[in-house]
Design a binder for this molecule. Structure first.
Ligand code: 475
Length: 838
């Protein structure tokens, strides 16, 4: 569709009621939106109507910035980061936009003068759960930081109709419920049907000779799907920059099945429509595993092709020659989920835009950069060749050709090393043939990065070792970060205000400024305030737990929290072994002096991951027994908070005393929850894994509870031959814990229920719980001791926060900009373009 220049429209003044920030103006605008957009008046309005009216009021204020930003980027054809991710775990938009617009307090007052409560309205928002965990949330933090740093950027992904499932707990087991996040409408997005694109799937290819006598390939697809972009503005913190998150929905093209319609096969045509729409129907709920499902590959090519075609459209619209695609865009691949971009960009340039192979390859490599997020072998994506060919016949041909050139390069660099060729090939030919997506991403990108120093080192030494030897210059580390806007300013206003009252508020944009807090660590008044705030927040969580779980919790106990996806490598069950150890000590000696603790868990398990679900059942079973045993006398409480989400996380991080980061060393790529907890003043008990290593380096070993085997020790132990039974037989407390579970004590006498879990520990223990058990218990005993010295604990807490500056996602993004993206900020002035140009 053409845009029509219209000077009358250009000269329109944007009305004040859509931009004004005074309380009076906000009230007027709110009522106006309630009436004209939501079609309600106060007498019959529901809470959701009020939420929607407020959301539209806030969106109006974003639009002015959004349009200004788009105009300036277009006029200047600014270099742009394109962040391709199958997941964006954005969390609720309303509160975050209020913070970033700087109008939280005005809006609170405005709605309160209308007899409403802002917290109530915030609670009303259904969050877009378009991600599983760390990887999706990281993408969201990065969008926030790019906007805040005024970096032109587009997030590209899928607008799943159903995001990550809602979790219920029934009889202690996880039950999955579909997430209908769109059922009340989504006020934050604007559909852009005028920028729809088409994606081909299936069918076959044909070679032909074009009018210049060149060899060409034509792809005759079996199916064509339409992608429609839905845009959400991403506002920076106190800047005018509003970037775009562009999510694609899949639809059937109107024309495609006319054949079927006309032949009277109405249901067949509708069927084809449903098949198309399936592509953006549901988020795959697996975190850290890949199952090689056809629909998943179709989702990947769908959003990658839509996004690359969209970028090419933008290149043309801005009069940039296609040969300069890589100067206009740098495309960051968030794991291998979008790695098909390597073949798709080649295909678009060669087949659709007549470019030669060498030039297309050079542009592709210069444009793409790849971030790896996992060290788990089962998470490395591979697609069976037969499946790949049936869905993407042309891409397979292109991949074969890339592979041919690539293996020639390897041969030239390492002559006579056929084993290396086999290991590095883009095609795994050891048994059934597979396409290896990580290899494709490595070959097709100019940058390969891990997400924490240790992770990058392990990639270089182990998982991607051959590629490191081949292309050492491509490898770099970009330690993850989190946005302090959502995870401090919005979620922890009390601590935010205390900090800002002492050191000003520059830290919100320059997190390293938190360092200034160190000057107050010996100020008793400040320490007292610090402690009262933590206590007040804990009281709030106590009330919530009472309401949600009907469990009364002692607010003076240690709030010991593990909140993350359930996975054996993350070892929630090691935490369980500690709980039972303390329980056993109480049972053996009911008068024992134990520092009271509340163990809080939150997190989902992949629906098909039986062991993870059994661990959830175990925790809930322990909770039932421990919380109701009169001997325990409220010294221990175990709480499983169901349906962990971003909204929920914001409530949990500020209340934590102790953050559990206890993965087996060498498995957690980085972790980002570890950063959010520490930023909110929790102390960490953790292994030397992922970013824990760097957090400890920053906050100081004396302010961090470290335990367990290091990554090299893990490898060494496994190489020696690990025998978990030896630990069981030689460690009295460990044996008692295992025996207690095996006896049916937590399962109403059922000795079979947890047997699969116990068998796996006793006979394999892949994640070395038994090897780390004693070190963990000793470290926890030390935590309990230290907690009794409240002044010391508070001091450690303050120093943790003061020294967390490195872990802002702003720092991560600055590093990406400098080392990978080669991009500068583009500040946005308000009013210079869409307001009257006389
Ligand atoms: C790491 N998700 C964390 C975080 O870098 C790290 C995998 C397959 C399919 C769908 N989702 C996934 C992940 O691999 C993932 O979330 N990885 C996590 O990325 C951000 O902090 O250590 O486990």
């Amino acid at each position: 569709m053409q845009t029509v220049p219209n000077h009358q429209v250009e000269n329109l003044q944007i009305e004040d009621d859509r931009t004004g920030l005074s309380v009076e103006c906000l009230k007027r605008a709110f009522l106006d939106n309630l009436f004209y957009v939501q079609g309600k008046f106060p007498k019959i309005a529901t809470k959701n109507d009020y939420y929607m009216a407020l959301a539209y009021t806030v969106r109006d204020r974003l639009l002015q910035r959004w349009i200004n930003t788009a105009v300036i980027y277009t006029e200047r054809a600014s270099r742009t980061v394109s962040y391709l991710s199958a997941e964006f775990l954005m969390g609720p938009h309303l509160g975050n936009n209020l913070v970033n617009l700087g109008i939280y307090d005005q809006v609170k007052q405005a709605v309160s003068e209308l007899g409403l409560d802002l917290e109530d309205l915030l609670e009303q928002e259904e969050e877009p759960g378009l991600g599983n965990g760390g990887l999706g949330r990281l993408a969201a933090c990065y969008l926030d930081s790019m906007a805040t740093l005024e970096i032109p950027s587009l997030g590209y992904g899928i607008r799943y109709e159903f995001g990550i499932f809602d979790q219920d707990i029934r009889d202690g087991w996880q039950v999955e419920i579909t997430d209908k996040w769109l059922h009340c409408g989504n006020p934050w997005e604007i559909a852009r049907p005028e920028w729809e694109v088409y994606v081909k799937l299936g069918g076959h290819t044909e070679a032909y000779t074009d009018e210049h006598g060149r060899y060409r390939v034509r792809w005759i697809p079996y199916q064509v799907v339409k992608g429609v972009p839905h845009d959400t503005p991403i506002l920076g913190y106190k800047t005018n920059t509003a970037n775009t998150l562009r999510l694609w929905t899949a639809e059937a093209p109107e024309s495609f099945d006319f054949g079927a319609f006309n032949s009277g096969d109405y249901l067949g045509a509708v069927q084809a429509k449903m098949v198309s729409e399936n592509l953006s129907k549901v988020l795959y709920p697996n975190d850290d595993s890949s199952q090689g499902k056809r629909l998943r590959l179709a989702q990947q090519i769908f959003f990658v092709s839509c996004s690359l075609q969209d970028m090419i459209r933008i290149v043309f619209r801005q009069n940039v020659p296609l040969e300069k695609f890589h100067e206009k865009f740098v495309v960051q691949l968030n794991d291998t989920h979008p790695a098909i971009a390597v073949a798709e960009l080649m295909r678009l340039l060669i087949d659709e835009h007549d470019m030669g192979w060498d030039q297309a390859w050079s542009i592709t490599q210069k444009s793409l950069a790849y971030t790896n997020h996992t060290l788990l072998p089962e998470a490395l994506e591979r697609w069976p060749i037969s499946l790949f060919r049936s869905l993407l016949p042309r891409h397979l041909e292109i991949i074969y050709e890339i592979n041919y050139h690539f293996l020639e390069e390897v041969k030239a660099k390492f002559p006579g090393d056929s084993d290396r060729l086999r290991r590095m090939s883009l095609i795994d030919e050891s048994g059934e043939k597979y396409v290896r997506m990580a290899h494709l991403a490595c070959v097709g990108s100019h940058s390969i990065n891990g997400v924490a120093a240790l992770h990058t080192k392990l990639l270089q030494q182990d998982v991607l070792r051959d590629f490191y030897q081949m292309y050492p210059e491509k490898f770099n580390n970009k330690t993850n970060g989190v946005t302090p806007r959502r995870f401090m300013v919005l979620s922890n206003p009390r601590l935010t205000n205390l900090i800002s009252s002492k050191i000003g508020d520059s830290w919100i944009k320059h997190l390293k400024d938190l360092k200034k807090l160190e000057a107050f660590v010996d100020d008793p008044e400040f320490c007292h305030q610090w402690r009262s705030i933590k206590s007040a927040i804990k009281h709030d969580l106590v009330a919530y737990i009472q309401k949600q779980n009907g469990i009364s919790v002692n607010p003076d106990s240690i709030f010991d929290i593990q909140a993350k996806r359930f996975h054996e490598y993350k070892r929630q069950h090691l935490n369980a072994l500690h709980i039972i150890t303390l329980y056993n000590r109480i049972k053996a000696n009911p008068d024992i002096d134990i520092t009271p603790r509340t163990f809080i868990f939150g997190g989902k398990a992949a629906p098909g991951y039986y062991m993870a679900k059994l661990i959830i059942k175990l925790l809930n079973s322990i909770a039932d027994v421990v919380n109701n045993d009169p001997d325990v006398r409220d010294r221990l409480k175990v709480v499983f908070l169901k349906d962990y989400s971003v909204k929920f996380a914001q409530r949990v991080y500020p209340a934590a005393d102790l953050s559990e980061q206890i993965s087996m060393a060498g498995k957690e790529a980085s972790g980002t929850g570890n950063m959010k907890f520490a930023l909110n003043g929790a102390l960490t008990i953790g292994t030397l894994d992922g970013a824990n290593v760097e957090i400890r380096d920053e906050v100081g070993a004396e302010n961090f509870f470290i335990f367990g085997l290091t990554a090299p020790e893990v490898y060494a132990l496994k190489a020696r031959g690990y025998r978990p039974l030896d630990y069981y037989h030689s460690n009295r407390e460990l044996k008692a814990v295992i025996d207690r579970i095996a006896s049916g004590h937590f399962s109403h006498g059922d000795t079979q229920l947890f047997k699969p879990l116990l068998d796996s520990l006793l006979h394999r223990d892949e994640y070395l719980l038994f090897a780390d058990y004693q070190a963990y218990i000793d470290c926890q005993d030390n935590v309990s001791q230290v907690y009794r010295d409240r002044d010391r604990w508070t001091r450690m807490s303050i120093l943790n926060v003061a020294r967390m500056g490195k872990f802002s996602s702003d720092r991560s993004i600055r590093d990406y900009c400098q080392d990978i993206w080669n991009i500068q900020s583009v500040p946005i002035e308000l009013g210079e373009c869409i307001q009257a140009k006389e």
